[in-house]
Write a protein that binds this ligand. Sequence first.
Ligand code: MGD
Ligand code: MGD
Ligand code: SF4
Ligand code: MO
Length: 739
Amino acid sequence: MKQLLISTNFQLRQLDGPKTRRLVRRPGQFGLGQIPSEKAPDATTTSVCGFCSTGCGLNVHLKEGEAINLTPATHYPVNLGMACPKGWEALTPLDADDRATSPMYRPQRGQSAEAIPWNEAAGHFSERFQAIQKEHGDDSVAFISTGQIVTEEMAFLGALAKFGMGIKHGDGNTRQCMATAVVAYKQSFGFDSPPYTYQDFEESDVIVLVGSNLCIAHPIMWQRVERNPHNPEIIVVDPRRTETAVAATQHYPIRPKSDLIFFYGLAKRLIELGAIDQSFIDQHTNEFDDFANHVASYDAARVEAQSGITEAELNKLAQTIADGQRVSFWWTMGVNQGHEATRTAQSIINLALMTGNIGRPGTGANSITGQCNAMGSRLFSNTTGLLGGHDFANQEHREKVANILGIEEERIPQEPSMAYDQIIENIHAGKIRGLWVIATNGAHSWIHQDRYREAMEKLDFLVVQDMYGNTETAEMADLILPAAAWGEKEGIFINSERRLGVVKKVHKAPGQALSDFNIFRLLAQAWGCGEMFAKWQSPAAAFEILKELSAGQPCDITGIESYQHLDELGGVQWPCTGTQASARKEENQCRLFEDRQFYHPDKRAKFLFADPLAPSEWADEDYPLILLTGRGTSAQWHTQSRTSKSEVLKKLYPQKAYVEVHPEDAEHWQLKDGDKVIVSSRRAEITVVAHLTPIVQRGQVFMSMHYPEVNRLTHASFDPYSRQPSYKCSAVSLRKALS
Ligand SMILES: Nc1nc2c(c(=O)[nH]1)N[C@H]1C(S)=C(S)[C@@H](COP(=O)(O)OP(=O)(O)OC[C@H]3O[C@@H](n4cnc5c(=O)[nH]c(N)nc54)[C@H](O)[C@@H]3O)O[C@H]1N2
Ligand SMILES: Nc1nc2c(c(=O)[nH]1)N[C@H]1C(S)=C(S)[C@@H](COP(=O)(O)OP(=O)(O)OC[C@H]3O[C@@H](n4cnc5c(=O)[nH]c(N)nc54)[C@H](O)[C@@H]3O)O[C@H]1N2
Ligand code: SF4
Ligand SMILES: [Mo]
């Protein structure tokens, strides 16, 4: 069961299966800039992929207005003619037999759900939630949103729930994903602002990837690294010897959750080497001297004791960074999902600041985000931050938003929502009794799953709005609202490099499924607040509202005229005011901080740091192994509601849950490759297949998150600033299953 590295060169033609509608790809064909010559379809339109945050451009070929297949767009600045397996197969999940085609209502728990018309569904939604609010107060209903619907929809949801329905508390699956990067950037730079453009992958001479398995999770970004003509040093900091680590020039297999100490040690070494940009530090940052004092005690011996990385290795890394002219630092979930994740992310930001590696080509402190529209949710979900990157606590911001939306300012709460974990705990406490879940599948993906499921059972009313009615969460719902999916509606996504791209309607939604946008319109009417959202006629109309909301903000998008304008330019990165829009025609990309002006009032970036904390669960006698979790293959997407519907993709990943065990540990537990093994933690025990591999270090095991049982094991702890779950550090034990 080899881990699968499937990037652009994957051999799809060997994998013909039923329901395959992609074009057969021949070796050497359409690498960069070429696509196969096929008979001209009726028409071709463009779209942006709806899986990961890379945001690849796709050409969708239509027959009588319906998509028949797709190819990666050759001229789109993101992917330059490439796509990963999920992108190629993006149309297949739309036709799955198990799409939700009608609203389903379960009058009583334990009974089967029955199909009902939309007007009844909207009636149940309003009556049940309003009754709960009447009896237990407005805050007894909450919502959980997503990074996977278009920005117009997520803004509508956030505005409708909070301002229309008086639901003060709502969070999203983005909490599981990039809350840490958001907080880290806000504190360090003054605004949530990943500074890079993908071109930076090609411009660096040193690329440092921390807790990021780019080959698997962002294969097209990895292709951009491979196009780098500067023969770069590629450095991977990851406890596992991942596909990315194998392809790197230097791999630092640190002990899990020792990043903070490791990077403080690295900062100390860089200071000793004189590899800092003192004039940048003096002119554009605050608190460097305190930071330098702080890291002074992180000598090589301390780093080695905690991280397992020797002095010689640390020196080599420091020297590589010191020698680099254009060093870029990138991080993903190995950093964001941790008990001290925010300070860890900032320890990476600090390295970029102190070495002056920011605001120039090939540099940056760059958080790579995850879902297709996680970046849209960061600005417009109206959960942690007020619409358009504003603050709930700021009266001027509330006034601005109220004016643009034409609502009373009093309707805008003065503080952000509770975080996801706090919502779950408040359900347990009986304070939250109604929950509306949109485009996320927490009963599979949330940490310490059994506790999540117990919470769902305690609810008086659970509504799930999804494109499938049989996700783990939908199966627990009292009301299921069937949603049109990517490809069945229009709007914009914002990708990792802040690029807005348009998605199109190229497929008819099945049965009575409605776009999330139209579901919100319907629910607004039924709730009795339809008037308040009269301007939200269509995604295009909503986009105009988003533009107004962004005016004057770092994420200003007022220069984008229309969807068509976005299409013509090949997507546009924020910020894009009117003047910037015309300049973009020359070079369609933009990097932040080229003017060295950060977003704090004094325009300076800030060094933030703290003493390391011990993880709240660690290996001990009873549970001697550390469980790491993450992405398994480039063909699997999260809880697999979509990717499991493609026969092509199914051939590219193991069908059963597995645990990766180091061969020497396997000897200790008397396991052979392929054995059934029971993995137990303090929460649960599950039986999976053992896969023996030196990818994991001794004392550590890895499980891919795509299998529903994995989060039964995970230990729920959270970063105190971002409240992002620490999915990558739980203590487990193994024992061979008897049969
Ligand atoms: N194929 C595929 N691609 C995806 C997704 C998918 O489901 N499938 N999901 C998308 C989403 S939403 C996201 S957020 C991204 C995630 O993208 P990544 O973050 O790259 O993926 P993960 O596998 O979760 O974690 C990355 C690495 O962190 C390492 N790690 C674990 N603990 C530590 C630690 O303490 N320190 C360090 N330095 N590293 C550690 C793991 O070994 C793992 O290799 O992928 C996106 N792309
Ligand atoms: N152990 C472990 N757990 C993890 C992680 C980890 O690394 N380890 N990573 C975490 C991360 S980074 C993430 S982002 C989460 C992801 O966790 P989830 O968000 O729960 O995962 P998805 O499977 O992407 O769920 C998206 C849901 O939306 C539905 N959907 C898709 N498109 C639409 C649409 O247009 N409208 C509607 N209404 N529904 C739609 C899909 O069918 C699916 O049910 O998982 C987290 N969980
Ligand atoms: S890399 Fe991401 S955006 Fe590009 S095709 Fe694959 S899943 Fe889609
Ligand atoms: Mo994510």
